[in-house]
Design a protein around this ligand. Sequence first.
Ligand SMILES: NC(=O)c1ccc[n+]([C@@H]2O[C@H](COP(=O)([O-])OP(=O)(O)OC[C@H]3O[C@@H](n4cnc5c(N)ncnc54)[C@H](O)[C@@H]3O)[C@@H](O)[C@H]2O)c1
Length: 335
Amino acid sequence: MGKGKLGICVVGLGIGYAHARNYSKMEDVDLYICDADRAKVERAKAELEVKGTFGTIDEVLESPKIDAVDISLPHDMHKDVAVKAAEAGKHIMVEKPIARNLAEADEMIEAAERAGVKLMVAEWQRFAPSIVKAREFIGEGLLGEVFLVCVYQLGFVRITGWRLSKERTGGGNLIDSGIHAVNALRSLGGADVEIVFSQTTRLVLKEMEGEDTSVTVVRFRNGVVGNLITSWGISTPGPHAYFTVYGTDGSLWEQLGDDGGLYIRSSRLPEADEEPVKVDLPKVSGFEAECRHFVECILEDKEPITGPREARADLELVVAAYRSAETGMPVRLPL
Ligand SMILES: NC(=O)c1ccc[n+]([C@@H]2O[C@H](COP(=O)([O-])OP(=O)(O)OC[C@H]3O[C@@H](n4cnc5c(N)ncnc54)[C@H](O)[C@@H]3O)[C@@H](O)[C@H]2O)c1
């Protein structure tokens, strides 16, 4: 850097607008923005502290003012823009999924390693207070030995634009918002997946090419088993937990809806032995924390918690699930 503030350009102002808002509050960052849609650029300029704008991605990558890019573009653009950014010596934050397939992910990882730049994937789940705390409790042994993890990501989303295309997204619901739930399952279950069996369907959002709903069973190498259900087709979700982790001495879950939050029952905690206890969580947004982490990784030369190998492992599970759904057979990892 060597010139005061870190110059970060957010490219793509859909969800990227939220990233831009986070960077704009940071005193050690100069925020730049770029979007092909002029109206989005004007709106962001009017609402946020923006240092400058760019008309095209090439202009962003050529600019000496830019130290890092935040790629919040459709999935089919991640690889090309990330590889070019690495070659231009820019640090990279890329939205999830890292890419549409493992070959693209590997190209990105190699390009970043060759150039010696940071490559982080915007997986805010790993920074969400409920997941951070759940991992802490599991690590402290409060559940005894964990043996089962269930994650249910259920809701209704009307899909439009590039997301309708399997070619542009790499799949459907599971590779898109579903990959957040994949990350939650992996980070709560032990990360290293051995077997994946999955079925997918599309009976609600018939305009999509990919699936709107997926059901996946996972076996981790540590013996833990997991179950993941994701859907964009559920307009009437009943009360349910987002994730539940079961251990030999207790369980914990993130309840959604009224009185939502993280709950724990554990024979190792006298106050939570008979009745579940609601856990106090810091009022931190996972989104804000991930953007701050990216900046700190660059300024302090640290490796990102959600580095590209973690993101590749999430994608590998998704690719295995699609392969399993197509063949009707379980799939063994590594692919
Ligand atoms: N972390 C999350 O919770 C979350 C939520 C939504 C989306 N996402 C991810 O973010 C990424 C973007 O999704 P989105 O929903 O914001 O999409 P979007 O379509 O809403 O936004 C993409 C933006 O990119 C711009 N764009 C496209 N081509 C461009 C180009 N050549 N130059 C400059 N700008 C260009 C478009 O004008 C658009 O504003 C995807 O990877 C998606 O999976 C993550």
